[in-house]
Write a protein that binds this ligand. Structure first.
Ligand SMILES: [Zn+2]
Length: 412
């Protein structure tokens, strides 16, 4: 019989600055006025609740080994959150400051100083040993005799549109299953280590969701507070969307085909230890950010932009961000000349509206390789690149994968 260890939480409401209307669903067309991208957002949308902060308040009585700390959570400064048994020791390295050590382990600077009896924050020395307690966050201390040696979430808390990565380290080889809400996500295992990538839809209702991790015969439950992101909002006039809506059959068929492609999880060689690079050699302005809300003709239907749009001159080379396999390279009705790369493990990137295709289906591609050129093919009103990323079937912000803090490897 499995045991369930639950972190209980209370939250207080924080109003959304911009109330979002409830919507129908579905395959909603969008087109960015004045810029360029016309595409299909195959997301569902439900009435949101207010964004929530999270304060961990209680622990089940008598649960030896399970302790909770107050959560200190900043939605704008994602950081690693580690859960370790009894803290760990760290030896100060050349170039370290106490601030850097605290940041590296995701712990509070003042708490770290107090924990190590440091009266002066400048007085650490190379070779000195510091005790690092489990950082704030979910605040779970794993039982010393349990199957897990480490459990880590990053970023914490996850914000709409981000990829939440969960790292696991078991004491002995085990099998894992992981669910967030009613959906299961694959856990990729290497020896005693495992990781999972959970896409948080840009339209996910910002609320606390139960994550359940089963390791052998033990289950651990963690409350995951999905935070609201900050997104621009555009209204697309009916005159702009009507020509597309009138060809809904073609639009829908294309979306269904791509959804089938993105749903495949292949065992390719990409791992979270491989960094992604940007799609350009150079900087080009972002004209429509990921997650931008679109309404149509003043109506209440809302979709979210499923990728990042960059304005770049026609013919600008578009680069492969990470190793992968080309699984689509052809003209599409909505997306124009399109390339989709399967990076393995349920991670895909897509490139729409290209003027030229430099790869073909079946090509193995490497980071930095030119896959095509910027164009304005398909339903587009000017030269731009729409760069899209899918993780386990859902659209996530590809820029998160380029951010300096996003080093997709186990932190400690
Ligand atoms: Zn776009």
């Amino acid at each position: 019989m499995s045991k369930t260890r639950l972190i209980s939480a209370a939250h207080f409401g924080r109003s959304l600055t911009e109330p979002m209307p409830a919507v129908v669903s579905g395959r909603i067309l969008s087109r960015l006025v004045g810029v360029i991208c016309v595409f299909l957002a195959a997301c569902c949308w439900a009435a949101p609740v207010a964004a929530q902060g999270l304060v961990v308040t209680a622990t089940p009585a008598g649960e030896a080994g399970l302790q909770l700390d107050a959560a200190t959570i900043s939605p704008r400064l994602p950081r690693p959150v580690g859960i370790a048994s009894g803290g760990e020791l760290y030896t100060v390295q050349p170039g370290d400051t106490l601030f850097r050590v605290a940041s590296r382990f995701g712990v509070d600077l003042a708490s770290l100083a107090v924990r190590n009896n440091l009266a002066d924050l400048d007085q650490i020395q190379v070779g000195q040993t510091l005790r690092i307690d489990a950082p704030a966050g979910p605040g779970l201390i794993l039982p010393r005799d349990g199957p897990l040696a480490r459990l880590q979430f990053w970023p914490w808390p996850p914000v709409q549109g981000q990829t939440l990565v969960v790292w696991l380290q078991a004491r002995t080889p085990v099998t894992y299953t992981l669910r967030l809400g009613d959906r299961a996500y694959p856990v990729l295992v290497e020896g005693r280590r495992g990781w999972a990538m959970i896409p948080i839809s840009p339209l996910a209702v910002p609320e606390t969701r139960p994550l359940t991790l089963t390791i052998g015969s033990t289950s651990i439950a963690v409350a995951v507070p999905v935070e609201a992101g900050i997104f621009d909002r555009y209204d697309i006039p009916a005159s702009a969307s009507e020509p597309i809506l009138s060809q809904a059959d073609k639009v829908n068929a294309e979306a269904v085909r791509l959804a089938g492609l993105f749903a495949e999880v292949s065992p390719l060689d990409w791992t979270p230890r491989s960094r992604f690079v940007g799609p350009f050699d150079g900087d080009y302005p972002r004209t429509a950010p990921f997650g931008s809300r679109r309404t149509y003709g003043g109506g209440t239907a809302v979709s979210a932009h499923s990728g990042e749009d960059f304005s770049a001159p026609p013919g600008t080379p578009v680069l492969v961000p990470a190793a992968g396999l080309v699984v689509l390279a052809e003209p599409l009705f909505v997306r124009g000349n399109a390339v989709v790369i399967d990076h393995g493990r349920g991670v895909y990137t897509g490139y729409w509206h290209l003027s030229a295709l430099n790869v073909k289906v079946g090509d193995r591609v490497a980071p930095g390789q030119v896959l095509g050129e910027v164009g304005s093919t398909g339903l587009s009103t000017g030269a731009h690149l729409h760069w899209e990323m899918r993780v386990n079937g859902a659209a996530v912000d590809p820029l998160q994968w380029l951010a300096p803090w996003y080093t997709p490897e186990q932190k400690h």
